[in-house]
Ligand binder design. Sequence first.
Ligand code: AR6
Length: 182
Amino acid sequence: MKVKIGTSTLELLQGDITQQDTEAIVNAANRSLLGGGGVDGAIHRAAGPDLLAECRTLGGCDTGDAVITRGYRLKAKYVIHTVGPVYQRSRPGTERLLKSAYQRSLEVALAKGIRSVAFPSISTGAYGYPLDEAAPLALRTIADFLRKHPEIELVRFVLFSPKALRAFEEALEKLCSSRRRI
Ligand code: AR6
């Protein structure tokens, strides 16, 4: 599924983020930036050990913030590492931090002049954020950002499972029908 947000494209597909040829891919990391399971483990395996070596020099990353490294053996030139929140029901801070993880990732991309970015669904694996809450928030945040910053030409969500793809497709359909001009 693909929609236009102003002049930019927002795309959803099922797949493996380590295989993407966007200029940057986003990693759902933890505050240490020293690797982990899930998408973080897959990105480190695909990029090779130089990625961990660069991450060690960064001194970690706060929840809701993002930092950038090179992509090493990946097709993507850069990896933007962001840290989403661990899900806590009914905590407004949790929503704010997930939104911030997406926004800060795009701000870091913008500062480097990056025009295409692939995202995984941040916080919806080990960190337990329900897909039906995370997907609308993620898409709204990205759409608002793209409307203000057409310099980013493509944002692609790479969803690992059919279930995640479905949740994002449903949320994007709702978002599009709730706005005359998305
Ligand atoms: N490509 C795209 N998406 C993937 C891939 C992949 N190769 N592999 C998994 N996913 P998670 P979190 C999906 O747990 O919830 C790590 O250990 C997965 O299905 O990777 O933000 C970090 O070091 C899920 O929908 O990230 C942290 O400690 C989504 O990516 C912690 O997990 C996110 O799941 C971060 O937890």
